[in-house]
Design a protein around this ligand. Structure first.
Ligand code: PLP
Length: 140
């Protein structure tokens, strides 16, 4: 059998499992606590944050850790709309995952205007379409 649903979940590399086992056994303490074990966890989290900032050419304070893609998408979509209330337009494709469509639906109730891009039969959006529609009113 060949597993073809890897976009949703996939087998974990053994290197990743080893790293996770180490983290859960050595750095399980709450990184927000002031006790030494918590501070040890905090240092590990900050080391990962520094590494991710480095490889993505971001500032360390721009790296946020979330528990899943749904939380990430909600944080970005609702967060941007709240941070830029004067930019009340969003462009998305109609075939986004529910974790994108649902926070956008929530924002529509709050007055955000949404442009849905056309998508071809392969799920590809026209880049020109985005460029034609984007205005200074768009936050995302
Ligand atoms: C494209 C896409 N976005 C978001 C999600 C939601 O991911 P999570 O379960 O990490 O919230 C999934 C889950 O399969 C997905 O395939």
């Amino acid at each position: 059998m060949i597993y073809l649903d890897s976009a949703a979940t996939t087998e974990v590399f053994s290197e990743v499992l080893d790293a996770l086992k180490n983290i859960h056994q050595e750095y399980y303490a709450n990184p927000n606590s002031i006790h030494p074990d918590g501070q040890k966890s905090r240092r590990a989290v900050e080391e990962v944050r520094r590494f991710l900032a480095h490889i993505t050419d971001a500032q360390e304070e721009e790296i946020l850790f979330t528990s899943c893609a749904t939380e990430s998408n909600n944080t970005v979509i609702k967060g941007l709309a709240e941070a830029f209330p004067e930019k009340n337009h969003i462009i998305i494709s109609p075939i986004e995952h529910k974790s994108v469509l649902n926070p956008v639906k929530y924002l529509v109730k709050k007055g955000i205007k949404v442009d849905f891009l056309k998508v071809d039969r392969n799920g590809i959006v026209e880049i020109d379409e985005i460029q034609k529609r984007i205005t200074p009113k768009h936050c995302l």
